[in-house]
Design a protein around this ligand. Structure first.
Ligand code: IFM
Length: 467
């Protein structure tokens, strides 16, 4: 391993580079992750329809730097050279999403063949380079035409999503290793419809909880359609999760943490793996609880092949903290070192979370589908010495390995993100990439973390061959 990322961890953090175990299973999946709206740009090219993030970003004040995904990383136009870059980063697997409005501009009705052709080129390029494809069907870019009919608050959107999922399965199901229906339904429901800091910018808790249910229904219907096709791809969903901890031992803080855990973790986990919403959360919601129909929960809790988890930090809550949670799901009061997002670096939370999921629910194999950190990177003579990001990745990989040794069945790890990109309401002001993007020139530069991760993946591969 290169010495650039050999710095030790502060005492408060679990693990250090020296402790990083080099004994992962030979078939463990190492990858990089992105999403369509965050990197593609080309929002008006080749027949793509508008999505809710195009609309939201056009509202004054919605995005911190006034930007949008219209240009982003120009990945749509730079696909071939970007795939060479992905290979140079050593990725063995790539998690990406399809922009629904690119392949079906109105979210229903006609397909856009030029849109499908882009993703076919992407899959061909991955296959040519020996990189496994992991597809996410929905990473937040709902076609605006469906929003105009009520968006995720309308049950019909779940049906349209299932039709789109079935079409994607028919075209690509044999070419991808896995298909995740949704990315982070909590974010879509809560940040998009309760706090309104994300698209479509609605602020209504009853609508948010109906959206939370309709998203899970959409997942269930899509899963049913994909299962019926019987393709080889493993099927699952991706949730953002965190251990929710009280900021103090007071009764009020503990009660608040219990409720937040109910809304962030148990709402989704109980629905997916027990076929019911948690009683304490339903009671808390009262009139704001969603309308459900007979058969919904059976669809939602149909067996999965994998569960994807996006982990960034813990959620530390206190009864005093009012206001909306941020995009990590937290209303926070930091006790440890924080990233550029203000999120605590808390690798032991990944260990806690993985073991808790395995203990409290009958989960399928777990994939860590996102993990990473934003830092204020500086490009100097073509290099970015992002020592903190290297440490972040190393410590979280170490925590994940420890969880595996303690009994969690984890099969994959995807670093977020392959390249700097549009960080939603933060625009381009936050850099999560292992690759630095100079947005003015669209030049890409591997950060030290990319070199480290490349060498780490290579070392795992060699260890597997030698075993
Ligand atoms: O950039 C996002 C991603 O789209 C979803 N998960 C969290 C990341 C960092 O905020």
């Amino acid at each position: 391993m290169p010495e650039i990322c050999q710095t030790g961890a502060p005492e408060a953090l679990a693990g250090s580079v020296a402790d990083l175990p080099n004994d992962f299973p030979a078939d463990f999946i190492w990858g990089l992750a992105t999403s369509a709206y965050q990197i593609e740009g080309a929002t008006e090219l080749d027949g793509r329809g508008p999505c809710i993030w195009d609309t939201f970003a056009s509202k004054p004040g919605a995005i911190a730097d006034g930007s949008s995904g219209a240009v982003a990383c120009e990945h749509y136009q730079r696909l071939d050279s970007d795939l060479d870059l992905l290979q140079a980063c050593g990725a063995r697997a790539y998690r990406f999403s399809i922009a629904w409005p690119r392949v079906q501009p109105d979210g229903k009705g006609a397909w856009n063949e030029a849109g499908w052709a882009f993703y076919q080129r992407l899959l061909d390029g991955l296959a040519k380079r020996g990189i496994q494809a992991h597809l996410t069907l929905y990473h937040w870019d709902l076609p605006q035409a469906l929003q105009d009919e009520g968006g995720w608050a309308a049950r019909s959107t779940a049906q349209y999503f299932a039709a789109y999922a079935a079409q994607a399965g028919r075209r690509f199901g044999a070419q991808v290793a896995s298909i995740a229906t949704l990315n982070e339904p909590w974010v879509v429901a809560t940040l998009g419809h309760e706090s309104g800091i994300f698209a479509p910018g609605i602020k209504d808790r009853a609508i948010a909880m109906q959206v939370a249910h309709n998203l899970l229904l959409a997942h269930g219907l899509a899963l049913q359609a994909l299962r019926a096709q019987g393709g080889p791809a493993l099927l699952g969903i991706v949730l953002n999760q965190a251990p929710v901890q009280p900021a103090s031992d007071t009764l009020a803080d503990r009660a608040k943490a219990q409720l937040e855990d109910g809304l962030l973790v148990r709402w989704y986990m109980d629905a997916l793996f027990k076929g019911a919403y948690p009683a304490d959360v339903l009671e808390h919601l009262g009139q704001d609880a969603p309308h459900t129909e007979a058969g919904d929960m059976a669809l939602i809790s149909a067996p999965l092949d994998f569960l994807g988890l996006n982990y960034y930090t813990r959620n530390l809550v206190s009864a005093q903290q009012a206001g909306a949670p941020d995009s990590s799901g937290s209303r926070r009061a930091a006790q440890y070192e924080v990233t550029d997002m203000g999120w605590e670096v808390y690798p032991q939370g990944l260990h806690t979370l993985l073991l808790r999921l395995a203990r409290d629910w009958d989960t399928p194999p777990l994939y860590v589908t996102e993990n990473g950190a934003a830092y204020a990177d500086v490009l100097q003579q073509g290099r970015v010495h992002d020592v903190e990001r290297c440490r972040y990745l190393q410590m979280h990989i170490g925590a994940m390995r420890q969880a595996m040794q303690d009994g969690a069945d984890v099969r994959a790890y995807f670093a977020w993100s392959w390249m700097d990109n549009f960080e939603w309401a933060f625009g381009y002001s936050k850099r999560f990439g292992l690759v630095y993007v100079d947005y003015a020139s669209q030049q890409r530069y591997l950060k030290d973390s990319a070199y480290w991760y490349r060498d780490w993946i290579m070392a795992q591969h060699q260890a597997a061959l030698a075993a």
